[in-house]
Every structure is written in C-alpha cells, then in structure tokens.
Design a protein around this ligand. Structure first.
Ligand code: PLP
Length: 362
C-alpha cells in the first residue's frame, strides 16, 4: 500500500506542479516521492497571543518557528491541532470541507487545555488566507490540500505545570496529499485492545499527548499481529482507533458509539452518519460492546469501517481479539462502505450537490 500511496501522491503532486507553474512554490522530485503529510508548502499563516490580545495573522516561512526551550508546550503538552482538507473542483474553484466544524473542535480543544481563547473568525481567516496563497498548488482529486491548524502554549515557564500558559501561537500548515488508498482499498486488520487510547476525559481533545499514548500499543499490534491499527475497547466498550472513528454496518443499520468525552468527535463520522440518514439508513449512536461486535461481525453481510479526514472511509476486514481472528462479513471491502465513501467524495470533489452547506469556496 505504501508504494501505491507514493505513486499516487507523486502523480497528484506532479499534476499540481504543472497546474501551478506560475505559483509561488517549487515542489522537488524528492518531495514528490514523500509519504502522506511530509511535504509542506513553504509558507504558513501565523498569529500570536501576547497574554492580552491576538496580534494580526501573517503569512510567514513554514520551515521554522522561534520557541524558548522552556516553552509551556514542550514541557506540559499545551498543544492541540486540527486536520481538514481543501479540494480542487473541475471548474478550477477550491473548496474547504467543513471548516466551521473543525474550528469549533479546535476551540473546544483549546478551552479544555486552558490555552488562550481565540475568535473563530481569526482561525477561519488564517485558513482561507493560507489556502488562497497556495490555491494553485491544491492537487486534483483524488489528491487534496491537507490543512493542519496548530495551537501551542509558548510561555517560557517551567514552573507552570499546574498553571496555563499566558502566551500562545496559532499557525496553519499546508501539506498537499495524494489518495490514501491508491491502488484500491484493502480491508484493514484491527487488534481489539482492552485498554483505553488515552485518559477518559481527554478523548475529545485533539492533542498530541493522546497520540503519544496510543503509539506503543499500536506499534506492538503491528509487530505481533500484523494489525494495521488498534481498536481501543476499554472494559469491552468499542471506542475508536488511534486516528479514526469506528463504524459497524449491519444491513441497513449503521452503529457507532454515541458522543461522549472519551473519544474524538470525528467530522468524517458526523458527515458519514448524515449521508447514511440521507440514504435512508438507520443510524444508531449507542454503546457497542466487543461481544456484540463479534456476534454481528460473524454475519455474512456485515461491514465495518474507519472514518477520518485522511482515510475518508476505510473498510475493516479482520478483527483480532485475544489471539483469535474474526472476519467481518466476507472479510473483504463491502458495498455499503464503498457507497458511503463515494457519496462523501462526490460532495468534496464538487460532483454532487452540497445539500448540507459543508463547502467553503474560496
Ligand atoms: C483519534 C481520532 N479519532 C477520530 C478521528 C477522525 O476525525 P475526523 O473525521 O475529524 O478526521 C481522528 C482523525 O483525526 C483521530 O485522530
């Protein structure tokens, strides 16, 4: 999959390059071969909070920031981020998908981490400014421009383990990406893990520490079980993986955990559930136990999928639980997953009506 991903990223960035000969950036051969999220536009939008007020946002070089080694973020992890995408439509316009929802989640993360507040309009302006600046570099579908707003506590204060940072920095990085599933989506293998991904009250915060805490179990699952991801199921409660939400599709019903503080409220999850309702499916947001999951997975038509900005909707074929492998339905990518994924991509790519007002055209 990695090679296929590289090829498509290479292809879509090459297309981008030729579409932007007059644009400000030059994408090298080495960058064309890079993996998801490792190619960056050379500039970003940035604004700083000085303890009293936010300064103006500006487009600045994206290769470095100046930070005191005692900065709050480096010691006490006062950091959160977002991930959203801008798409190039056939008529040449650029559309950002569900920007408002991502900004709302970033505000919530900032508040729960006691980072300085900001107006949603500040971040939306920064996102729009950055994407406009590199509009010529937004790849054609299935590629897109991945947008990474980031908020960090900058106050040099190592005595503030239990006190919020006074100052902070907000910046918006851009990274052109290819199709995560170039060459056809393969059904994923998930290891069901009894432990939680992170502390229960931190799950709905998109913060670096949560990813750090999921890293060891995920690496072990890969090494020991050739699993693609860990599905965290503390006390038998099916929650999410390290970077995506989990959906079970049983006939006309789609089942996923109801929103609570323990896991990330995915924008893709919300979008897929909305589209499923539009298609006449029954959406059940409720607790799902590992026992029920394995029982339903055994039925021939059952499907499971992971939803997230990067992967969109990725089919799950195998669940590994306490050393035993269980197929989900046929174990292969299923038709409902493909249909929902297509319905979402069609809106993102401007091929279907944006009935829910999810696109911000710039
Ligand atoms: C832990 C976790 N859960 C769920 C998601 C899916 O969220 P979204 O659909 O907003 O990308 C992500 C993706 O960023 C994630 O990191």
């Amino acid at each position: 999959m990695r090679n296929a991903l590289r090829e498509t990223l290479c292809k879509s960035i090459t297309q981008t390059k030729s579409a932007s000969q007059s644009g400000p950036s030059v994408i090298s051969r080495k960058e064309q071969m890079a993996a998801f999220g490792s190619v960056f536009m050379p500039e970003m939008a940035m604004a700083q909070f000085d303890g009293n007020a936010w300064g103006p946002s500006a487009i600045v070089p994206a290769n470095s920031i100046s930070l005191h080694p005692g900065a709050h973020v480096l010691h006490y992890a006062s950091t959160c981020f977002e991930g959203l995408k801008a798409f190039r439509h056939e008529d040449g316009t650029i559309a950002i998908f569900r920007m408002d929802k991502n900004i709302a989640r970033m505000l919530q993360s900032s508040e729960l981490l006691s980072l300085p507040k900001f107006e949603p309009a500040l971040l939306s302006q920064m996102i729009v400014d950055a994407v406009r600046h590199f509009a010529a570099d937004v790849p054609t579908p299935p590629g897109s421009m991945y947008i990474r707003p980031t908020h960090i506590g900058t106050e040099p204060a190592i005595g503030k383990a239990a006190t919020p940072t006074l100052t902070s920095m907000l910046y918006v990085l851009l990274s052109p990406v290819g199709d995560y599933f170039a060459g056809g989506s393969r059904a994923l293998r998930l290891l069901l893990e009894d432990n939680a991904r992170c502390a229960p009250h931190m799950g709905m915060i998109k913060s670096g520490g949560n990813y750090a805490s999921a890293l060891q179990p995920t690496m072990q699952a890969k090494a020991k079980h050739q699993a693609d991801q860990v599905l965290f199921c503390p006390h038998g409660d099916v929650q999410e993986t390290g970077a995506a939400n989990f959906l079970l599709i049983d006939g006309n019903e789609i089942i996923t955990k109801a929103l609570d503080a323990s896991f990330l409220h995915g924008v893709t999850r919300d979008s897929i559930l909305t589209l499923a309702r539009d298609l006449g499916m029954t959406v059940s947001e409720r607790d799902l136990t590992v026992d029920e999951l394995l029982e339903r997975a055994a039925k021939p038509g059952t499907e499971a999928a992971l939803s997230g900005t990067a992967a969109v909707l990725a089919p799950v074929g195998t669940l590994i639980h306490r050393g035993t492998e269980f197929k989900v339905g046929s174990g292969e990518p299923g038709p409902t997953t493909a249909r929902l994924r297509q319905a979402l991509n069609d809106i993102q790519w401007g091929k279907a009506e944006d009935k829910h007002g999810w696109l911000t055209k710039i």
